[in-house]
Design a protein around this ligand. Structure first.
Ligand SMILES: O=P(O)(O)O[C@@H]1C[C@H](O)[C@@H](CO)O1
Length: 321
């Protein structure tokens, strides 16, 4: 029997029911019931390889999903256990510069909501603007400046479906203060305070890296680092009531001198991602445990038994519901 053609991102028209279709198709294929999600930035996808009892789905095999086209973004949604907690990881994200509408780059965030996720950890690689930052620093995002959004490319453009959230969304406190405090404490316990920073992330559309004059302008506006993602995902997450922790890895210094011979390079970004992968993974893994502990009680024993009752009851690690 010929298989029906996969519904592609071009068929996606943002109906609530289409998001439901995606979520249902995933829930039928995994017994994991995550309540935390992690979006892995450039070069940071190694975290997803650490999940135990993984169920991994290539984006090509998920209805309506865009596909990853950027080196350093594998292109899989991975469900599994991290530090005893059931999570779902995007091993690679979608960027506006890949040619997807802003609202299509954020499809997975609403799918997370339908899967039962309450908290999203959004990571990225970013260029440092703050002169005190060093390559390899980890920055907790306390706020963003969304350049494409200010220019009219906001993922919430168009009709609002109240089932997701209100028409007008406040982004005050979008990067959850309590989660940032928790992250600072966890970083201290792990001996990472020397490299831990906090600051403002500016999103530009890419794919060009910024000019020297743009970089100087963003620094004077109060930006600490710059990147090409994250803000749309955070907007959509906040719109549907997900809590957000944002983490930037400073992978390069943004050039702010016209006579500098320095220049940004994606391969160098990926190398720094690899070099700092272990520390970031320790931080996120411990944070996930602490968030789950705080919000869902202590971890229970994990079973990888898969039977029909588990699918329906969601018994899988501490986050089953
Ligand atoms: O997906 P993220 O935001 O981590 O990726 C950054 C921005 C560009 O995609 C790329 C530039 O090197 O890294």
């Amino acid at each position: 029997m010929p298989q029906p053609a996969r519904k592609t991102v071009d068929d996606f028209t943002h109906e609530y029911e289409q998001y439901e279709d995606i979520a249902e198709s995933l829930l039928k294929r995994t017994h994991h019931r995550p309540s935390l999600a992690v979006i892995c930035g450039s070069g940071l996808g190694g975290l997803a390889d650490l999940l135990e009892n993984p169920d991994a789905f290539n984006y090509e095999d998920i209805p309506y999903f865009p596909t990853s086209t950027v080196h350093g973004h594998v292109g899989r949604l991975v469900f599994g256990l991290l530090n005893g907690v059931t999570v779902v990881c995007m091993q690679g994200r979608f960027h506006f510069y890949e040619g997807y509408d802003m609202s299509k780059t954020t499809i997975p965030v609403r799918v997370f909501k339908l899967l039962g996720v309450h908290t999203v950890i959004v990571t990225n690689a970013a260029g440092g603007l703050n002169p005190e930052f060093k390559i390899g620093d980890i920055m907790l995002i306390k706020d963003h400046i969304n350049m494409p959004g200010l220019a009219g490319n906001n993922p919430l453009m168009g009709q609002n479906d109240r089932r997701w959230g209100p028409r007008f969304v406040s982004l005050c406190g979008a990067y959850d203060r309590d989660l940032r405090e928790l992250a600072r404490n966890v970083a201290t316990n792990l001996g990472l305070d020397e490299i831990l920073r906090e600051g403002v992330y500016t999103m530009v559309s890419g794919p060009c890296f910024e000019t020297v004059s743009e970089a100087k302008a963003f620094r004077s506006l109060g930006s600490d680092c710059m990147g090409m993602s994250t803000a749309p995902e955070v907007i959509v997450a906040r719109h549907c009531g997900l809590r957000v922790l944002g983490i930037s890895l400073i992978t390069n210094n943004v050039v702010q001198e016209h006579d500098s011979d320095d220049f940004p390079d994606h391969e160098a970004v990926l190398i720094v991602g690899k070099q700092r992968a272990h520390d970031l993974q320790r931080l996120i893994s411990e944070l996930i445990f602490r968030i789950a502990d705080e919000y869902e009680g202590p971890a229970t024993a994990v079973s990888d038994v898969k039977d029909d009752d588990d699918v329906h009851n969601g018994h899988n690690g501490k986050n089953g519901h």
